[in-house]
Design a protein around this ligand. Structure first.
Ligand SMILES: NC(=O)c1ccc[n+]([C@@H]2O[C@H](COP(=O)([O-])OP(=O)(O)OC[C@H]3O[C@@H](n4cnc5c(N)ncnc54)[C@H](O)[C@@H]3O)[C@@H](O)[C@H]2O)c1
Length: 288
């Protein structure tokens, strides 16, 4: 919608107060527009709120991506080598849930910090090329394209299962998979079998689109309520403030308020800082 406003329907832009962006990929595109000087409306990056990406991306994608894989295939997860490509907010959640199911988790990431964190979180870390030969199930959650491609498909075991929970249908290079396959058939709803020239079979779930949406129900509403509350409060914030045409972080008090409301709804009470503690944390005269 924002792209359309900036390309095909520019006459509508002056009447737009602003926008709020839900996804990691969307925020990346908006930052690119801002950098290029082409963003003409203020946007609040709802995705970057802690009450969003630490919950929706982590727990929501973690749980629903595994639901998608299970519903599509009915595989037994315990004991499987489960490869997660992309160890960001979503990938960390997926890895935690896969481990909870008894999988041997393998993580691939191009960011050294993310890869090191995966190592210390107890996952095996390797290149996607190495993982290709070891994995039983592969899940991409990077926001990038061609993360799994012909070079990987050629090394995969017979029966490897491929799914994406990241971005559109571009993380797994499907044209390259089609190019290697001599036969293709649908073996179950949302499961395409690609038979390669040497007889190995690779299974692609949900046409490489977001597996949690294609083959399951997406995130539970119990976690989306956080994101949608942030969306609503971010829209209110835009309506009440005159913001510059750029990508804005969601104000911390709005972010924290949503977490506070959720705790209240769950009946969970937490402590508050005393005045003396607040002063101690804010000052530099004590504790140095
Ligand atoms: N399925 C869903 O319902 C759902 C929900 C939320 C987000 N998403 C999408 O999931 C994707 C990831 O979101 P996130 O919040 O985890 O992002 P993030 O930025 O926190 O993490 C992405 C990770 O992928 C890594 N990466 C990027 N390119 C890579 C490559 N070529 N190979 C290996 N690693 C690579 C990055 O280094 C980073 O660690 C985005 O496209 C986002 O829009 C999907």
């Amino acid at each position: 919608l924002i792209t359309t406003l900036h390309t095909k329907r520019t006459e509508l832009l002056p009447a737009v107060l602003g926008s709020t962006e839900e996804t990691t990929t969307g925020v990346i595109r908006l930052r690119a527009m801002e950098k290029e000087g082409s963003l003409r409306i203020p946007v609040i990056a709802v995705n970057d709120a802690k009450s969003k990406n630490m919950f929706d991306n982590y727990y929501g994608t973690g749980e629903s991506a595994l639901h998608g894989i299970l519903r599509a295939t009915n595989v037994l997860l315990p004991g499987k080598n489960f490869v997660i490509i992309g160890y960001g907010h979503c990938g960390r959640g997926v890895a935690a849930f896969a481990r909870g199911f008894g999988c041997h988790t393998i993580v691939c990431d191009v960011d050294p910090v993310a890869a090191l964190q995966a190592h210390y979180d107890g996952h095996r870390v390797m290149t996607a090329g190495e993982a290709a030969a070891t994995g039983d199930i592969f899940l991409t959650v990077t926001g990038c394209k061609d993360v799994l491609n012909a070079g990987h498909f050629k090394r995969m075991k017979d029966g490897a299962v491929l799914a994406n929970a990241g971005h559109f249908n571009v993380e797994i290079n499907i044209p390259e998979l089609e190019g290697l396959a001599k036969r293709k058939r649908t073996v179950r709803p949302n499961v395409q079998e690609y038979e390669l020239a040497d007889g190995r079979r690779i299974y692609l779930l949900g046409e490489g689109r977001l597996v949690n949406l294609a083959a399951a129900e997406g995130h539970p509403s119990e976690v989306m309520d956080l994101s949608f509350s942030l969306q609503a409060l971010a829209a209110e914030y835009i309506a009440k403030h005159k913001l510059e045409a750029r990508v804005h972080r969601i104000p911390t008090d709005v972010d924290e308020n949503v977490a506070r409301l959720k705790l209240q709804a769950l009946g969970i009470k937490i402590d508050a800082l005393t005045d003396a503690q607040e002063k101690y944390l804010a000052g530099w005269s004590e504790g140095t």
